[in-house]
Design a protein around this ligand. Structure first.
Ligand code: AKG
Ligand code: FE2
Length: 336
């Protein structure tokens, strides 16, 4: 997950030395962070302005909130193959994690939240932007059901092969029509935790055909080693371009297929990922939530992340166990 907790000072004007120091705090809001971050993506010839009409969303009778809640408590049939794929590749895409009704109901609610937060209609009301809204689970009972879902929590614990996971935070992400690529990155730098047992659940709120910009992953997990020498540049697209070049040169496999309705991906904090532009007229809306192993400690010296870790783990100090009231245990149920 990329959030302003990346704590990168991205002020693009002025010329003092702080601009070049990625350890400086991010001084604007999370939305400004995304507005800047997507400017670091190399869009090459992809952005010719033409937008496509995606297939219509299914017209179905929506389930009640109680039915959705039941669904989100029901265990998923995770297999040894899924767990093996996650370990090897750093991600796994699972079909039918949600029923179509639960997806469309989620979309309805996320649209309402985004519309109220950004004062704009979705699905064409705004163009070219990447909208982001965090911590909706605190105030919205329906979203809380998805974020704290035992079905999801158990998948995360089983993929990480740990007994128990806590929430780091949720994040509603909407890539609006015309918005370009998400730059190549992995999430590790953005979490202030002394553990690699961290997984982000990227839960689409509609099917995502290739033209809409599905999350795409380089595999296997170790490919981050191939690009670790590339220096991050916060002013241009060179980092993103150079990662693409290395992956091409080394014939790295990129899983960049679409997401069927109800399909959800789970990625490790060292999985390298990107997303294509949204070339459709529909907002690409996703609920992305991050979970970590219970017992993990906060880094002794959070640097690039320290801005927002206090928002996501309030009241805790560096070096302490991350277990604030904002980080409930999502699996097993009733462990607190
Ligand atoms: O939604 C995107 O395009 C990027 C999301 C992402 O990087 C993440 O969830 O870790
Ligand atoms: Fe990410």
């Amino acid at each position: 997950m990329i959030t302003k907790s990346a704590k990168i000072n991205a002020t693009l004007t002025g010329n003092n030395a702080r601009q070049f120091d990625v350890n400086q705090p991010w001084e604007q809001d999370n939305q400004a962070w995304w507005d800047w971050y997507v400017t670091l993506a190399d869009n090459g010839a992809q952005n010719n302005g033409e937008l496509f009409e995606p297939p219509p969303l299914p017209e179905i009778d929506l389930p009640s909130d109680a039915t959705i809640s039941e669904e989100l408590r029901t265990p998923y049939g995770l297999t040894k193959e899924h767990i093996g794929a996650f370990k090897r590749d750093g991600f796994v895409k699972l079909a039918n994690v949600l029923t179509p009704g639960a997806v469309i109901r989620l979309r309805q609610e996320l649209i309402k939240l985004l519309r109220d937060t950004f004062d704009t209609p979705l699905d064409g009301g705004t163009r070219d932007r990447f909208l982001s809204h965090e911590m909706a689970w605190l105030d919205n009972p329906l979203i809380r059901g998805y974020v704290l879902s035992p079905r999801i929590g158990r998948i995360c614990a089983d993929l990480l092969n740990v007994p128990s996971v806590r929430l780091y935070h949720d994040n509603i992400l909407s890539k609006e029509p015309g918005c370009g690529r998400t730059p190549w990155h992995y999430d590790d730098h953005h979490f202030p935790l002394q553990t690699d047992d961290v997984v982000t659940v990227w839960m689409p709120a509609q099917p995502i055909p290739i033209e809409m910009g599905p999350l795409s992953f380089a595999k296997p997990l170790g490919v981050s080693e191939l690009v670790k020498h590339i220096e991050f540049n916060k002013f241009d697209t060179s980092y993103d371009r150079r990662v693409t070049e290395v992956f091409k040169r080394r014939n790295i496999t990129i899983e960049n297929g679409g997401f069927e309705i109800g399909e959800v991906s789970f990625h490790h904090n060292r999985s390298f990922h990107t997303a294509a532009a949204n070339r459709t007229r529909r907002s690409r809306i996703v609920l992305a939530s991050t979970y970590f192993v219970d017992g993990a400690r906060i880094l002794d010296q959070p640097t690039m992340v320290s801005g927002d870790w206090e928002k996501f783990i309030p009241g805790a100090n560096p070096g302490e166990v991350a277990a604030s009231k904002m980080n409930p245990i999502c699996w097993p149920v009733g462990a607190e």
